[in-house]
Each structure stands twice: as structure tokens, then as C-alpha cells.
Design a protein around this ligand. Structure first.
Ligand code: SF4
Ligand code: SF4
Length: 365
């Protein structure tokens, strides 16, 4: 597509906001070369080149303003004065020569940030914000993400390589804002329904069963998306409540509106899904499938989660063909063989045929 056609299709002259080097070559890139796993060179039909340095960032791009100033300074001294945040949670510096790109690499590595994420490596570990801004988080997905990065950094920098690219998504609760489609997906959830304080729950219910008879539905029941909360009038005229475990999806909405309902914090964990990919390369896009319904999430080291993720990566590395994404490898070897390799028992919760985004207590019943 020519740069003129691109301009016609855009509602605003987007190219006006680009650095001069990119503006001159917009839509004219014809070739690319990799320099290790962290620097990519794009060659334009004009003969000009741009070098992109990909840098891993803390979960949710949580930078201090001081770090951002230092990044901007590096981008101005060595680069073309431009930085770009990617949807995968990386930050990219743009430079006009390989030498300048290498100087950027040295400086950001000196600040403690890894450079990598292209080719057969980890491209990203994405996280939702969880407790930073959210009322429904079950696990602290950013801290799980950080721990995973600490253990898997050689796979991002390319010090160790993988059969193909690998993306990991981590979400704090079943809403799944971290994304459900990735090679490895972790989704926080309580492995059980909430319980309530039997004496104080009345503070969240109408005082008299007459209110129920008049059609009043208490908020705690109204917010439940599955009808798992049943309220009823008692013989003495007061109101009682039950939580039907078989209907509960452990979403936490009832807890948000009633202080006397809560989950057992020891049951906070993650479901693990594997084999998703959003790109249309190779076998095409794939849905991730749930293979382990619940792994305990125990901060600060999250040892159980790290051990499972590392084991999956190890087995995939040892047996996949070059270029085979985790989901494609899974399709070739079969899910039963995958369970065998990882010593994962097949139960009704992770049946080989099941591909689902449904979590919570429902999956255990
Ligand atoms: S996945 Fe859950 S915890 Fe994370 S941001 Fe979305 S709603 Fe909040
Ligand atoms: S956690 Fe969600 S599904 Fe379960 S009872 Fe509460 S509101 Fe209903």
C-alpha cells in the first residue's frame, strides 16, 4: 500500500506527528534485519534505515517520572527523539544507525532493563492492574508478572531461546483484562464460593420478610450475576440468605456491596490455560485451553505458579519443532500426551475436550 493511499484512509494527518525519519519513509519499508533479539533494522525503499531497540518494562508500565526522564534523555542523545509503548507492554527506542541503537541498548541495560523480545523468545508478559485500581482482584497479577520475569528473563533477552515466540498473560480475576489469548494464560480466581458472617449478614438484608413479600430485592442478591444468592423469609418474620455453591462463579460482586461476605484468602489462586495465539500465522489464531483449574497463588514468591510455568516451557523447548508455537505443538502431540509429560492428572475439571473461559466454583462442581 502506497503512503498516499494510507494517508487517504486516515481521518487525521497522522504522519504530521511522526519524527522526520519516519515521516519520510511512512509506508515505504521494504526489508528488515535482526541484530540479536533486541534490535531490529527496517530498510526503506528510499535507502534510509531505522533501528528499533525493544526494552522490557515493569508490569503496567509502572515507571517513575525520573526513569521516564532518563529514557527521554537517552532517546534524544542516541536516538531520533522518539519512544513508543507497544501493546505487549514493551518500550521501543528508535535510532538512525546500528551504533546508536547499541549505545541505547548499553544505557538501558545499565539501568537494569532487559533488551530482547524478538524471534524465538518471550515477547511479553502482560498483566492487568489488579489491586492498583480494581475492586474485584483476587490475586496481584502485576507481582506474579514481576516474579515470572525475574525467573524467565534469559528467555526475553535471548540468552536462552525457545522453539518460537511466547506470550504470557496474567489477570487478577476472571474478568480477564490481561487477555485470554496467549501461549500461557494465568487467571486469578477463588477456588470456592464466598461465605458470610451468620450474625451480621442481616445488616445487608431487609429487616422484615414483609419487604420481600412487597417485592424488595436486597442489593446483595440483585448484583449476583448467576442467581446464586437466595433470600427468603423466616417463620419469625426475619430474612435469611443462602449462597448456592453450584451456581456461584466467585465473581466477588456480593462482597463488594456487603462487608459481611468474604472469600477464604487461602483459596486465592490461578487457573492456567495454554496454547492460545492471536496472530494469523502458522496454524492461525487459537483459543487457549484450561489445563490446570487452580494453582495456589502464594506471595511473594509464587513458587507453585513459577514451577508450573517453567515446567511447561521446559517440556515445550525439549520436544517442539523449530517455529512451533506452544498451541501448535499441543495440537500435534495431543492434550493427553501433554498431561502425561507434565504429570497433570486428567480430571473432570480439565477434560481433554474442554476449551473454556469459565472459572470459579462452577468448574469444581
Ligand atoms: S482482570 Fe480483574 S483484577 Fe484485573 S483489572 Fe480486570 S477486573 Fe481488575
Ligand atoms: S461471588 Fe458472585 S456469583 Fe458468587 S454469590 Fe457472590 S455475586 Fe453471586
Amino acid at each position: 500500500m502506497s503512503s498516499e493511499r494510507l494517508k487517504k484512509r486516515l481521518p487525521v494527518p497522522y504522519t504530521d506527528f511522526l519524527p522526520e525519519l519516519l515521516k519520510r519513509n511512512y509506508g515505504r519499508w521494504v526489508d528488515r534485519r535482526f541484530h540479536g533479539y533486541g534490535i531490529i533494522e527496517h530498510v526503506s525503499e528510499t535507502g534510509e534505515r531505522v533501528f528499533t531497540v525493544k526494552v522490557g518494562t515493569p508490569p503496567n508500565f509502572r515507571f517513575s517520572t525520573d526513569t521516564l526522564r532518563r529514557f527521554a534523555d537517552i532517546a534524544e542523545r542516541h536516538g531520533i527523539g522518539a519512544l513508543r509503548m507497544t501493546r505487549s507492554g514493551n518500550i521501543e527506542f528508535l535510532a538512525g544507525s546500528l551504533e546508536a541503537a547499541q549505545r541505547i541498548r548499553e544505557e538501558v541495560e545499565g539501568m537494569g532493563f532487559p533488551v530482547g523480545g524478538w524471534g524465538p523468545t518471550i515477547w511479553s508478559i502482560n498483566s492487568c492492574t489488579a489491586f492498583l485500581t480494581c475492586t474485584t482482584a483476587v490475586v496481584d497479577s502485576p507481582s506474579i508478572t514481576k516474579v515470572l520475569y525475574d525467573h524467565l528473563k534469559p528467555y526475553f533477552t535471548g540468552e536462552k531461546t525457545l522453539p518460537a515466540k511466547l506470550r504470557i498473560n496474567v489477570s487478577g480475576c476472571p474478568s480477564g483484562c490481561g487477555g485470554y489469548v496467549a501461549d500461557i494464560v494465568l487467571v486469578g480466581h477463588y477456588g470456592d464460593a464466598p461465605t458470610y458472617d451468620p450474625d451480621r449478614i442481616k445488616l445487608c438484608l431487609p429487616r422484615s420478610s414483609k419487604a420481600l413479600e412487597a417485592g424488595h430485592v436486597p442489593e446483595v442478591a440483585m448484583v449476583c450475576p448467576t442467581g446464586a444468592i437466595k433470600v427468603y423469609g423466616k417463620e419469625d418474620g426475619s430474612v435469611g440468605m443462602d449462597i448456592i455453591r453450584s451456581k456461584c462463579i466467585a465473581c466477588g460482586r456480593c462482597r463488594d456491596v456487603c462487608d459481611w461476605i468474604d472469600f477464604d484468602p487461602d483459596k486465592a489462586g490461578v487457573a492456567l490455560l495454554v496454547g492460545g495465539k492471536s496472530s494469523n500465522t502458522g496454524r492461525g489464531p487459537l483459543m487457549a485451553r484450561q489445563v490446570i483449574p487452580w494453582i495456589p497463588a502464594v506471595p511473594p514468591e509464587y513458587r507453585e505458579i513459577v514451577a508450573v510455568v517453567k515446567k511447561i516451557i521446559d517440556v515445550w523447548r525439549e520436544t517442539a519443532r523449530p517455529g512451533e508455537r506452544l498451541g501448535e505443538w499441543l495440537e500435534r502431540i495431543g492434550i493427553e500426551e501433554f498431561y502425561k509429560m507434565l504429570d497433570i492428572p486428567i480430571t473432570k475439571w480439565n477434560k481433554p475436550v474442554k476449551i473454556t473461559g469459565e472459572f470459579g466454583i462452577r468448574q469444581f462442581l
